[in-house]
Design a binder for this molecule. Sequence first.
Ligand code: LMR
Length: 390
Amino acid sequence: MFDTLASQPNDPLLALIGLYNSDKRADKIDLGVGVYRDDQGRTPVLKAVKEAEKQLLATQESKSYVAPEGDRQFLDLLWHLVEGGQTGRFAAGVQTPGGSGALRLASDLLARAGARRLLLGVPTWPNHPGIFGATGLNVETYPFFDVPTQSIRFAGMIKALSGAQKGDAVLLHASCHNPTGAPLSAAQWDDLAAVIAERKLIPLIDSAYQGFGEGIEEDVYGLRKVLRAADEALVAVSCSKSFGIYRERTGAIFAVAGDARTAEIARSNLVTMARTSYSMPPDHGAAVVRTILSSEELRRVWMEELDSMRNRLNGLRRELSAALADSWQLAPQIDEQEGMFSLLPLDQADVLKLREEHGLYMPTSGRINIAGLKSADIGRVAEILKPLLR
Ligand code: LMR
């Protein structure tokens, strides 16, 4: 029977990891998949995580099941980090295998609840259309970012969303937009929230980089604003980046409503959909996050580490932007953008040429992972890019 199947291509973003690893050049540079790296190119385990793991090893007495929805204390602490008790809304969460697991459950829930459409900004994370298409949702798009001018297409976005209607869901990135890094201003978030309230849209907010943009609180300004405005919402949270626990597959999906009963009904559906898919989420990463967030000392250590990751990214943005400034007039935008990614105006041929001729790796979209830069490489990267950025 398997011979009736068509062979599937590798995921282009994940395939880049293998391509980079098999390149023998010593001066190759990896600006591909979105993981944080230090100036030596390593993705170290955070000190707060190591300490939490030590504590878990010493104190955990059972590996028995936790609960269908996962670890309630983890969910409460994570929700508090995201929402901060500031919206007056009721949320019911389910722990998931990473942010992708959260998005998949959100998609299943929207499909089951009969959402008319899910609107995705263009461009967005390439796995978004895949995840939402897989559950049969009717996926459509709205304009978000213009690559040649490196600017948010805010008027186009508002126009498209103003034409949406009750029953439509809209995907938003809480901060550190993937792939563009383009941040909405506070005033733009306010306008967006007003349209969501007026058109009765259901926001599905993808929050995967809290703390990597301007700060832990600053990065959820828009998210909180939108939650206050919406009747119902979904929030998909990833702990992969903020806690550096990528392979532990740790995240959560929160259903948000105006009353506890409605949020609980949504949770019961999320739980049953998880049960028929992977039954229950893995525990370890959530136990680590719970241990960090429930300890004043570990939380302090973690926040310092998050600050230093953010400061490094911001420093690299400044340096790259300065190094490109004499030949590319939009170079200052790199510094204005936030988080791990920027989307350069390169076409596929440019990207393949950079890969072949210079060992500079990025996806064919032209997205660069700023964290993949080392200070010492910035001059060379800028010189390689300059002839292509005009
Ligand atoms: C990325 O966009 O590079 C990351 O979110 C990793 C992934 O799973 O695609």
